[in-house]
Each structure stands twice: as structure tokens, then as C-alpha cells.
Unconditional design. Structure first.
Length: 102
């Protein structure tokens, strides 16, 4: 059985995250699609939850498909506000205004 997560996959995901422009957000599914793994949005989330082991990446710019912030990560909202990202409510980014058009 082939191991799903390997160093190459991790760096593929993180290299896409690194490309998200300041003031924009991407979704887990969008990143999965960009690396050719359309059905692996959860895998992207798993990698991002461990990104601190691989360097500094703007993981705060990644949200779910409806713009919801990562649960339990209070700093994410603050970091996005600093970049000028607008919100629909306390926990949801305005995706129409802020989604990365890649």
C-alpha cells in the first residue's frame, strides 16, 4: 500500500499556499485541485495543520469552501483583517470579494 502523504506532496501543497496573494484566500479544495488531487481537500487541511514543521507559509489564507475560518485558530481572523480581507460575519470570509482567482 502506497503512503498517501510524502515530502513531495507536502511541498506541492505548501508551494501553492505560498502563491496565494496577500489580501486573498483560497479553499482547501481549490488547492487540492491545483495539485491535481481534486478529491483531497481534507488531505490539504491535514498538511496545513502541520506546516510549522516545514517552514513559514501563509496558511491563514486558506479557508473552507464557504469561507469559514479554521476552528480553534483565533489568530487567523486577525491575520486576514491585517491584510484587508473582508468578512460576511465573525467566522466567514466574504468569498465573492476575497477568493483567489488563480
Amino acid at each position: 500500500m502506497k503512503k498517501i502523504m510524502n515530502e513531495q506532496l507536502i511541498y506541492e501543497i505548501l508551494s501553492v499556499v505560498e502563491e496565494i496573494p496577500e489580501g486573498k484566500v483560497a479553499t482547501y479544495g481549490q488547492i487540492a485541485s491545483l495539485i491535481g488531487r481534486d478529491k483531497n481537500a481534507r488531505l490539504v487541511g491535514k498538511v496545513l495543520s502541520q506546516s510549522e514543521f516545514y517552514g513559514e507559509y501563509p496558511c491563514h489564507r486558506v479557508v473552507n469552501h464557504s469561507g469559514r475560518l479554521a476552528p480553534g485558530w483565533k489568530e487567523q481572523r486577525f491575520l486576514l483583517l491585517e491584510e484587508g480581507v473582508s468578512f460576511k460575519d465573525e467566522n466567514h470570509v466574504d468569498m465573492k470579494e476575497n477568493k483567489w482567482d488563480c
